[in-house]
Design a protein around this ligand. Structure first.
Ligand code: HEC
Length: 133
């Protein structure tokens, strides 16, 4: 009895893990297409940005440490001074005009591409909660 309970618990944990991975991979896949359409012109195919004009997303300390602020920037636009990997940018990014589910997928893509990794799965709720300031 105890053994089967243990097996059940293990199976349960394993399926949650598997399920989450699957959600992430599907979201990233949609996100990669949206990225190509909406972000690639500026931030580049490999997320490297463009020198002092456009900040990188690959290995960006700003992105990885400020998930909510990054979502806010994509949703409502971003302007003014920011520091990304020791470089100061004082430019303007317009609101993307994307929906919350689309921003969710793009976030999952950029947070897990180009050697970026994060433990956090971004959900539509995460994006919905980010409001204009
Ligand atoms: C027209 C060019 C342009 C497009 C298109 C664009 N961005 Fe940006 N992005 C910028 C600029 C410029 C900044 C810096 C703004 C500042 O200096 O305050 C920025 C900043 C950022 C930042 C925060 C800084 C960093 O590098 O970590 C993130 C995250 C970001 N953009 C993600 C995106 C995503 C995702 C898309 C597509 C939905 C996108 N951007 C589309 C120009 C652009």
């Amino acid at each position: 009895m105890r053994i089967s309970l243990l097996f059940f618990a293990l199976f349960f944990l394993f399926s949650i893990h598997y399920f989450q991975d699957d959600i992430l991979l599907k979201s990233m896949d949609r996100g990669s297409k949206l990225y190509r359409k909406n972000c690639v012109v500026c931030h580049g195919k490999n997320g490297t940005g463009k020198g002092k004009r456009i900040p990188p997303l690959a290995q960006s300390d700003y992105l990885l440490n400020n998930i909510d602020k990054s979502i806010r920037g994509i949703k409502y636009g971003l302007k003014g001074e920011i520091m990304v990997n020791g470089v100061t940018y004082d430019k303007v990014m317009k609101p993307s005009g994307l929906t919350d589910p689309e921003i969710t997928d793009i976030m999952n893509f950029i947070l897990n591409s180009w050697d970026n990794t994060t433990e956090t799965l971004i959900t539509v709720e995460t994006v919905k909660k980010v409001i204009k300031q």
